[in-house]
Design a protein around this ligand. Structure first.
Ligand SMILES: Cc1ncc(COP(=O)(O)O)c(C=O)c1O
Length: 480
């Protein structure tokens, strides 16, 4: 049984093994009743001691994920049949296929005053008035739109507008090559549901977009993390890893990556495409931030270099337009797109027609000046955030300076306990994203993501200053 283990520091080996197996069990990759290798065999395969494997199996048994019987071996438990633990309802124990989702989806943001944890843009910068007015006009003048299911692939007029939008950005696509989805998140989900099954190798940046990790993990994929440097994904490392384990899919967020902020160079974009061609696999290019650059646009989309249909391109309009509109598009080669349309139809029978019609005039006529306004507003916020970090960040804290996008990626000194810090910040009404959720495997300690775009500029600055003071206090008390 293959398993990536990190030796030398970090998480203890029994925990790494139990967490990997727990994820495979809860994702359905290891079905109830499956016999696990004996302690002796797994220890030999992983080159660890038998005590290490025994401890991992014991932990899984305690969690109700394994049934081990003397002389018979260990089997994946049928969790639905277990009686609930004291104080827990049956629903808490009911098996799910979202192994990591509980880590972040249930975050209670009602007490948050300074919101740094969501990668989004403040409502004052979004075109809510024109899109809202277009919506009101449609409801008044064409209420019959609500009586229609519409086209599974998406409204043709909007697809034509999206097609032109992508053509201007160098992509050879028309309305036929486009599917409208409910956010890029649904695009990722449709690709995963259509093309990814248990055990498939999915390569992605580490750190990477947590919403994509959840989706691929939920399909039982083996997510293989690829580190990033200042030019984006380490395609040299990816190439070596692919030699050992051919990819089914490579997911990337190449421009102003969430969370690290780095942008993939042109050279790496070309090499990535060559790699996908040679392995006959898909690249999912998730591109919500490329219009939010501060100095110069990022290199052209990988999709614009793609003559052989290896790239599924996802364009979210959540950041620039409004997350609540849930409007994004997927552009893909016809053989791939037809299957994604089938998945979309079985998922929700098409995105709401009214919303598609309401965002259309804005994307067609007003997008470019709006994007220019956003770029300068976000650059001001980024500059302010960086100035505050220089002034108030305790020594040992390091950060990136992104050339676009919404996020700062901070590395805290080893003394920081991010979980405790999260609690302390929450008690002061401040939120941030724990960096651990941006890794599919073991996360290096001490990373957090801060979004500088989701508040008024002054509010963001005040919140960041308070957070940095709180961080300094946290580190002082850790040193005592
Ligand atoms: C890289 C990336 N992809 C996809 C999404 C989800 O976008 P949408 O709101 O269009 O579903 C996000 C949201 O933060 C993101 O950062």
């Amino acid at each position: 049984m293959h398993m990536e283990l990190r030796r030398g520091g970090g998480k203890p080996l029994p925990r790494q093994i139990s967490e990997t197996l727990a994820q495979r069990i809860t994702s359905g990759l290891l079905a109830p009743g499956t016999q696990l290798p004996s302690v002796r065999r797994l220890a030999a395969e992983l080159a660890v001691s038998q005590v290490t494997v025994s401890k991992a199996y014991e932990e899984l048994e305690k969690r109700g994920l394994l049934d081990c019987r003397q002389g018979k071996g260990c089997y994946v438990a049928n969790r639905q049949l277990r009686t609930p633990d004291e104080g827990k309802s049956w629903a808490d124990e009911y098996g799910d296929y979202l192994p990591r989702a509980q880590l972040w989806h249930n975050f209670d943001s009602s007490a948050v005053h300074y919101s740094f944890h969501v990668a989004a843009i403040h409502s004052s910068l979004l075109p809510l008035a024109p899109v809202g007015a277009a919506m009101a006009k449609l409801v008044q003048e064409q209420p019959e739109l609500m009586a229609e299911y519409g086209n599974f692939q998406g409204d043709l007029d909007l697809r034509e507008v999206m097609g032109r939008h992508l053509q201007v950005r160098g992509m050879q696509v028309t309305s036929r090559d486009i599917l409208i989805t409910s956010g890029a998140q649904q695009g990722i989900d449709l690709v995963a549901r259509t093309f990814i099954g248990p055990g498939d190798a999915v390569y992605m940046e580490a750190p990477g977009y947590t919403g994509a990790i959840d989706v691929f993990a939920g399909r039982g994929a083996e997510i293989i993390p690829v580190p990033v440097d200042e030019e984006g994904m380490r395609v040299d490392i990816l190439t070596r890893l692919c030699d050992r384990r051919p990819p089914k899919l490579i997911y990337t967020n190449p421009s102003f990556q969430n969370p690290s902020g780095v942008t993939m160079s042109m050279r790496k974009r070309q090499r990535l495409l060559e790699l996908a061609r040679s392995y006959r696999c898909l690249i999912v290019e998730d591109d919500p931030f490329s219009d939010l650059y501060f100095h110069k646009p990022p290199p052209p989309a990988i999709k614009s270099l793609d003559g052989s249909g290896h790239v599924v391109y996802l364009k979210s309009f959540s950041k620039v337009l409004a997350p609540g509109s849930r409007i994004a598009c997927v552009a893909a080669e016809s053989g791939i797109l037809s299957r994604l349309i089938a998945a979309k139809s079985s998922s929700d029978l098409g995105s709401p027609l009214l919303t598609q019609k309401a965002v259309l005039p804005f994307i067609r006529d007003e997008y470019e000046p709006h994007a220019r306004m956003l770029r300068s507003a976000l650059q001001r916020r980024r500059d302010k955030a960086i100035r505050l970090l220089r002034a108030y960040a305790p020594s040992g804290v390091t950060w990136n300076t992104p050339d676009g996008g919404l996020n700062l990626w901070l590395k805290l000194p080893p003394a920081a306990d991010v979980i405790r810090l999260h609690g302390e910040a929450e008690a002061s009404g401040i939120s941030f994203l724990h960096g651990e959720v941006c890794y599919a495997g073991e996360a290096p300690p001490g990373h957090i993501r801060i979004c500088y775009a989701q508040m008024w500029e002054d509010e963001m600055a005040e919140g960041l200053r308070l957070f940095l003071v709180l961080l300094a206090k946290h580190l002082r008390s850790a040193a005592e």
